[in-house]
Write a protein that binds this ligand. Structure first.
Ligand code: IPE
Ligand code: IPE
Ligand code: MG
Length: 244
């Protein structure tokens, strides 16, 4: 470690929860004169390495944004192609994920996905649910606003049924009804592809997350780049509204 900077990860300050907006697949493909789906395919390969490094670093929760509620606006062949790639990814990786003690979860409404994708997802959840290592959450057909509405509806239903009072709706109760119920808020949200926005990702949970944006396009995001982003996080001064 040097004077003002830090060139290596501090193993004592590894974030508990890392979230990633995996952006830039399309631009990566365009730069190479390839169809966009080739970019998504390259993105799946990058993801595999980041999951592995996350486990090795002792991160407890990794949440990746794979498909937003707004991504349905894309041409149908891209949308269906992304789901096809997802099926292939899960089919290919499930054994290794399981061997590495990873628990796979999905955040988002995946009931609207094609049948083969749903079947593969269910298998991944069932196969890994007893594991005790990295909790790997894939945000799929996920939207932060939809998640908040869903939590609010669920609490209102309790009130309607008489199992909760109005005062029983507080921040803690809302947090419990999010997909992330029981999971600590992300310490850091990394976004590849250079855009400075959340694009409807983890709106509730990101209140005090550190944001790290890199221009690197997702398929080029290597485990070394991942560590560089985590070092940037470690250099931040988190105050939570208090004083340093
Ligand atoms: C992110 O890459 C993957 C998804 C949104 C599914 P993009 O496909 O958004 O890539 P760019 O932003 O067009 O480069
Ligand atoms: C965010 O990327 C969604 C995912 C990475 C899955 P987008 O490419 O959809 O975001 P915008 O459209 O640039 O905000
Ligand atoms: Mg994009």
């Amino acid at each position: 470690m040097s004077g003002t900077g830090q060139s290596e990860l501090n193993p004592d300050r590894i974030p508990k929860h890392v979230a990633i907006v995996m952006d830039g697949n399309g631009r990566w493909a365009r730069l190479r004169g390839l169809p966009r789906l080739q970019g998504h395919n390259a993105g799946m390969i990058a993801l595999k390495e980041i999951v592995k490094r996350s486990s090795q670093l002792g991160i407890s929760h990794l949440t990746v944004y794979a498909f937003s509620t707004e991504n349905w606006r894309r041409p149908e062949d891209e949308v269906l192609g992304i789901f096809k790639l997802l099926v292939l990814y899960v089919r290919k990786e499930i054994r290794e994920l399981d061997e590495n003690n990873v628990v796979v979860n999905i955040w988002g409404d995946w009931s609207l996905l094609p049948g083969d994708a749903r079947a593969e997802i269910q298998r991944a959840i069932d196969t890994t649910k007893g594991n005790t290592g990295l909790r790997f959450n894939i945000a799929l057909n996920y939207g932060g606003r939809a998640e908040i509405v869903r939590a609010a509806q669920s609490l209102c239903r309790d009130v309607q049924e008489g199992t909760r009072t109005l005062d029983g709706i507080d921040e803690g109760a809302m947090s419990e009804r999010m997909y992330s119920g029981g999971v600590p808020d992300p310490d850091v949200i990394i976004r590849t592809g250079g855009e400075y926005r959340l694009s409807n990702f983890l709106l509730w949970q990101s209140a005090y997350s550190e944001l790290v944006v890199t221009d690197i396009l997702w398929p080029d995001f290597t485990p070394d780049e991942f560590e560089k982003a985590l070092i940037k996080y470690q250099l931040r001064n988190r105050r939570y509204g208090g004083l340093a």
